[in-house]
Design a protein around this ligand. Structure first.
Ligand SMILES: Nc1nc2c(ncn2[C@@H]2O[C@H](COP(=O)(O)OP(=O)(O)OP(=O)(O)O)[C@@H](O)[C@H]2O)c(=O)[nH]1
Length: 290
């Protein structure tokens, strides 16, 4: 684990660039939502009926205006073609719209997801964290963060192989997810490092959640090529206080606490000091085993 604290650099963590998707007008967005809500079969029926009604109306008007001449006959033929081809073309167009929508949703999902663990990726985490940070500062609500790093992961890779390490990472992420609420944000922050944002949670609450995660991972046994593989994690916890000028500052505190957890022997939780509320506390310790 290469900690920011170890690097002792005052440079803030870089915020990855945001992805900007092309704008859609509210009207086309509403129409798209209506079509999707109808579903492909019903949307096809509605579209075909519309095309038929419009085509018959135009034919009727044209025949009235042009009489029984060749223009009127042409309109009858054109209308017959629309009546016959309408369902096929309508179904084809709508099927394309539905396929595009499915691709759009998949792209949006991939843009925020870490491929290996299925958690959110770092970029999405930073966007959510910045929003929650602003909200918490404005409404004076607590906000906490857990930084979690797998212990001796190099040894796992060296002993059982990289694929086993990948599998273990996925399982660890699942254990974390199981310990969190729906409003918490779990992301992969780096190689074998996960990060959790806990809105409306103070330091004591976050320490309890971190301890739960630590236990869950400690109890995890992964079967790999006939061997039982286990893992532990070290966790650093920080809670928002007045001196945190940015999300990066909060992350740096959690990273410092994580560094302390590693230094104290791994498989344990450490909390960063809450300066304003608990000035006497240097490091909050929980009951990790050595
Ligand atoms: N399998 C797998 N390994 C990874 C991944 N990302 C990082 N690693 C490995 O994690 C290991 C991290 O090694 P170190 O930084 O030395 O940390 P560590 O061995 O976990 O030791 P401590 O963090 O000090 O407990 C390296 O061997 C990386 O190759 C990944 O996505 N999959």
């Amino acid at each position: 684990m290469q900690s920011c604290a170890q690097l002792a650099s005052p440079v803030p963590l870089p915020t990855p660039p945001r992805v900007t998707l092309p704008e859609t007008s509210p009207r086309s967005d509403r129409l798209r939502r209506v079509v999707l809500a109808l579903g492909l079969p019903r949307a096809t029926v509605v579209l075909v009926m519309l095309v038929w009604v419009v085509s018959l109306a135009i034919t009727y008007v044209m025949i009235r205006l042009a009489g029984q001449g060749s223009l009127g006959l042409g309109m009858v033929i054109a209308s017959a073609c629309v009546l016959l081809l309408g369902p096929v073309v309508g179904y084809g167009v709508l099927r394309l719209i539905f396929q595009l929508e499915a691709s759009r949703q998949r792209i949006a999902e991939l843009a925020v997801t870490d491929e290996l663990t299925g958690c959110y990726n770092r970029r999405h985490f930073m966007e959510r964290a910045e929003l929650e940070w602003l909200r918490s500062r404005r409404h004076h609500m607590p906000l906490a963060l857990i930084l979690l790093d797998a212990d001796d992961f190099k040894q796992v890779n060296d002993t059982h192989g990289h694929q086993c390490g990948d599998h273990l990472l996925r399982e660890m992420a699942l254990q974390c997810r199981a310990s969190l609420r729906g409003t918490d944000v779990l992301a992969r922050f780096g190689g074998e490092e996960l990060i959790v944002l806990l809105p409306q949670t103070d330091l004591a609450g976050a320490l309890a959640i971190a301890e739960r995660i630590r236990h869950q991972v400690q109890d995890l046994v992964v079967q790999w090529q006939g061997q039982a593989v286990t893992a532990t994690v070290s966790l650093g916890v920080a809670a928002l206080h007045a001196s945190h000028a940015s999300v990066d500052a909060l992350i740096r505190d959690a990273d410092q606490a994580l560094y302390e957890a590693k230094r104290a022997g791994r498989n344990r939780v450490r909390g960063a000091p809450v300066q304003e509320l608990l000035p006497e506390l240097a490091i909050v310790e929980s009951t990790g085993q050595a």
